[in-house]
Design a binder for this molecule. Structure first.
Ligand code: MG
Length: 340
């Protein structure tokens, strides 16, 4: 098996602002694993706030020696090896894991969801994310997002009620809310969640800073809406730790180090009766399509990362009638469209 990789910058269609930061590009590293003429594609998305960079991802990938494995289908062993090379580096690890899974599907000539015996009809609707902006820009973005049956609204920076009122002045669709740790007082957070419930909000993601565990457990217990852990949730052992602290988890391949562990997270969260959301970073269709293969298993999806960029390198992932649509291509279901 031969692993190759190269840095690439994703251009965002709109400046993206959430509580904490604002940006126009997202750096990624694109990977390929070749085995006997078959090529699997992978990707590491590296938004700066997560702590990885193109430099750290490339340095990690240089340490990966896939020559020690003759069979790419030995995914348990390869996963254990990749994870043991160095701590952290989840996105870099995900870029190897995604390419391996794509390769595995292609070798079997089956889409991953089919290999995993998932029903392609059961993909959830996906939200489209609206970043924080002034009311006029927010309204314009929502008009552009009219094909989506649910919107994800970023709050936690500035006047949240003004933001929601601007949204509600132009659309009736259900809303997911993501605070990105932007609130700090649990009592104010609870008042706000009651207000949001009356505005047809479905759940609230990461309302408090991830360190405020006791406050968060209290808030979840009293909240009229489900609460979802995103920044607080990274790897598989976190599922058990966060059970009772949040109503559910937001699984993202760039946090879980890829599909291998994401599947285990979903199984464990289900067993604990936790809600499950699948999300993504700003990514090409490669990373998002990989996550989409798991989407028949989840309650909610926020898989719009490829729609936020203007220089995608892959095609194959479509949103039809607001739903993530899985095609019959083998592996993660994408084709390369650009040699950039
Ligand atoms: Mg989030």
């Amino acid at each position: 098996m031969r692993l190759s990789f190269r840095p690439y910058d994703l251009q965002l269609k709109h400046t993206f602002t959430v509580a904490g930061n604002s940006r126009d590009i997202t750096p990624v590293v694109l990977t390929e694993i070749e085995h006997e003429g078959v090529v699997g594609y992978g990707e590491a998305s590296l938004p700066p706030y997560l702590g990885e960079s193109q430099g750290s991802a490339v340095a990690f990938l240089r340490k990966v020696d896939l020559n020690r494995f003759s069979n790419p289908l030995l995914i348990d062993e390869i996963h254990a090896y990749i994870d043991s090379i160095e701590e952290g580096n989840q996105a870099a690890k995900a870029s190897v894991d995604i390419a391996l899974h794509d390769l595995m599907g292609k070798i079997n000539n089956q889409p991953l969801h089919e290999l995993w015996k998932l029903d392609a009809e059961k993909t959830p609707i996906t939200s489209f994310t609206i970043g924080i902006d002034n009311p006029e820009v927010v309204k314009q973005k929502i008009i552009e997002a009219k094909g989506f049956k649910v919107l994800k609204i970023k709050l936690g920076k500035g006047d949240d009620k003004k933001m929601i009122n601007a949204v509600r002045s132009v659309t009736d669709v259900p809303l997911y809310v993501d605070v990105n740790q932007g609130w700090s007082d649990k009592y104010q957070a609870l008042d706000m969640i009651h207000w949001l419930k009356d505005k047809r909000v479905v759940f609230v993601e990461q309302p408090l800073p991830k360190e405020q565990i006791d406050d968060m457990a209290w808030l979840t217990q009293n909240s009229p809406l489900p609460t979802i852990a995103d920044e607080a949730f990274q790897r598989l052992p976190d599922v058990a730790v966060l059970n009772g602290v949040y109503s559910g988890i937001n699984v993202k391949l760039m946090k879980s180090a890829g599909l291998y562990e994401a599947r285990k997270m979903i199984t464990e969260a289900r067993a604990l009766d936790m809600k499950i959301m699948i999300g993504c970073m700003t990514e090409t269709s490669c990373g998002v399509a990989a996550a989409a293969q798991l989407s028949p298993l989840v309650d909610w999806a926020d898989l719009d990362g490829n729609l936020l960029i203007s220089n995608d390198v892959f095609e194959g992932l479509e949103v039809v009638n607001g739903k993530v649509t899985l095609n019959n291509l083998p592996g993660i279901g994408v084709r390369k469209i650009s040699k950039e």
